[in-house]
Design a protein around this ligand. Sequence first.
Ligand SMILES: [Zn+2]
Length: 119
Amino acid sequence: MALAGPRERAMPTGASHQQLGDMDRLMMQRCLELAMRAADCGECPYAAVICRAKEIVCQATNSVRRDRDVIHHAEFLAISRAFHKLGRVSLEDRAVYSNTEPCAYCCYAVRESRIGRVV
Ligand SMILES: [Zn+2]
């Protein structure tokens, strides 16, 4: 039996196919607050929160302009921080919330991290 490689893994199911609950609304509200804060600092208004149930593991805002680094998207930074914080490279039991649809680059990071859910 062959193991599925990275290209065979399916993307996590997004919220568009699911009912949003109170926790989803709470985490998305947190994303929006962070995004507005980023915008107030002259950054693109994007944010991401990674959580497990009610626990926020990591959060990040877009910091491309501040850091002058094209890869510093909110989702990518949140995933990277979660890897470091948790000491592992799989986030199957976590969810990522983003106030925008992740770009192709961040979708790749989401897929490679095996995040269980994208909202
Ligand atoms: Zn991105």
